[in-house]
Design a protein around this ligand. Structure first.
Ligand code: AKG
Length: 183
């Protein structure tokens, strides 16, 4: 958790992205390893949509964590990027697919490994089509959620977080989510 805070508030700080249509996202985002550009929906080395700074490297501890979590559910990932999001009390994320990684990674069903810290999130997990039924899942601090194989392109989002639900010992208001991916 401390690493997430120091990265988010570090020399290449998290920022609130503005997407293609002009809307502001409802999270603070920091990409590590590769930058996801919210204007082009493509990955690049630098934050061309914002301040031009290079994405900080992916910490090896994050990489190991993703490998270990994936292995624990019988999947394999060779992660090279992480999208670190911070959700304030009113943070949320609309339903979407993670489909901007390389065609080979997606075709192989290499999983996305998601780790949650802090406040509980109401996570929505849908199907392969936007209008498929959605299962709400509470993701609590310390939970990992892995979607790969045939589930790799399932729609997902966060309808809200539950302010004040983080374990008190963390001393954190809000929620961090890390999604580790293999481009
Ligand atoms: O915060 C979450 O649990 C989901 C994050 C997410 O969907 C994403 O970063 O693409």
């Amino acid at each position: 958790m401390r690493r997430c805070v120091s990265l988010m508030d570090g020399p290449v700080p998290g920022y609130v992205p503005i997407v293609r249509g002009g809307g502001k996202m409802h999270v603070r985002m920091l990409c590590l390893g590769r930058h996801w550009n919210p204007k082009t929906y493509q990955y690049g080395a630098a934050r061309d949509d914002f301040d031009g700074l290079a994405a900080p490297p992916l910490p090896s501890s994050f990489e190991r964590l993703a490998r270990d979590i994936a292995r624990s559910v019988g999947m394999v990932i060779d992660p090279d990027l992480c999208i670190l999001n911070y959700y304030p009390a009113d943070g949320r994320m609309g339903l979407h697919q993670d489909k901007d990684e390389s065609p080979s990674s997606i075709a192989a069903g290499v999983p996305v490994v998601s780790v949650s810290l802090g406040d509980t999130a109401r996570f929505l997990f849908g199907g392969l089509k936007r209008l498929d039924p959605i299962s709400p899942i509470n993701l609590q601090s310390g939970d990992a959620f892995v979607f790969g194989g045939p589930a790799r392109l399932r729609y997902h989002g966060v309808s809200r977080i539950v302010p004040g639900s983080a374990p008190p010992e963390l001393g954190l208001e809000g929620r961090f989510n890390l999604t580790l991916r293999q481009y």
